[in-house]
Design a protein around this ligand. Structure first.
Ligand SMILES: Nc1nc2c(ncn2[C@@H]2O[C@H](COP(=O)(O)OP(=O)(O)OP(=O)(O)O)[C@@H](O)[C@H]2O)c(=O)[nH]1
Ligand SMILES: [Mg+2]
Length: 218
């Protein structure tokens, strides 16, 4: 395994992230948001490049997956925690927040409730997560434009209010899925480097790369 940056390896939810042999960096990323917004599908689209079709199977508790990405020539291992959105699992998932270095917070553009609940998610994040955690707000299911209830501008203004980057995504078409993970990997890599002057800015990076419509996958 030495020198290989393995995809597998047990989770370590309560210990600080250690860099594994062969990986230049390892980061923990968590997916949050109401049940049904598409967190599991979003992770599967990123990991396997495929949309999980079929009946909706709500996540129970918490699940994790690994994916290795290359950022500026470095091998970065992302340990991705997929949480249950259902209220009854909230106390389980809260215990994991403090170890996450980045949070992808999803709502569903066809669900007003999931959008309105973003404020409550952010309150939880401020209570349980690290103070400097990287947060990105994602309006998922943007392939379902006919059923859209939340306008892109609403997502943008909420994100602006909280000072977090924002984009619309689709776990189905794949639009902006890889970008969300790559943006956090780049931001975390940049923070981990001892450079005095930062050249990478997550807001600028997402604004320049994101696809504004649902024309095509990443
Ligand atoms: N059209 C469309 N459907 C999606 C998308 N993402 C997820 N879905 C569907 O939405 C439903 C819920 O998706 P999940 O990924 O299981 O939702 P979740 O956020 O993981 O839900 P919990 O595990 O209960 O928290 C499923 O029926 C998916 O097929 C998307 O981008 N577009
Ligand atoms: Mg799920």
């Amino acid at each position: 395994m030495n020198g290989e940056c393995p995809e597998s390896g047990g989770p370590s939810p309560v210990t600080p992230t250690a860099t594994q042999p062969g990986c230049d960096l390892t980061f923990k990323v968590m997916l949050l948001g109401d049940s049904g917004v598409g967190k599991t599908c979003f992770l599967m689209q990123f990991r396997d490049g495929a949309f999980l079709s079929g009946a909706f199977l709500a996540t129970v508790g918490i699940d994790f997956r690994y994916k290795i990405v290359t950022v500026d020539g470095l091998k970065v291992k992302l340990q991705i925690w997929d949480t249950a959105g259902q209220e009854r699992f909230r106390s389980v998932t809260h215990a994991y927040y403090r170890d996450a270095q980045a949070l992808l917070l999803l709502y569903d553009i066809t669900s007003k409730t999931s959008f309105d609940n973003i404020r409550a998610w952010l309150t939880d994040i401020h209570e349980y997560a690290q103070k400097d955690v990287v947060i990105i707000l994602l309006g998922n299911k943007n392939d379902m434009d006919a059923a859209r209830i939340i306008e892109t501008e609403d997502g943008e203004s909420l994100a602006k209010e909280y000072g977090v980057p924002f984009m619309e995504t689709s776990a189905k078409s794949g639009v902006n899925v890889e970008l969300a993970f790559l943006a956090v990997a780049k931001e975390l890599k940049e923070r981990a480097s001892v450079k005095e002057e930062r050249s990478f800015q997550i807001h600028n990076y997402i604004d320049s790369k994101k696809k504004k419509d649902n024309c095509c996958a990443n």
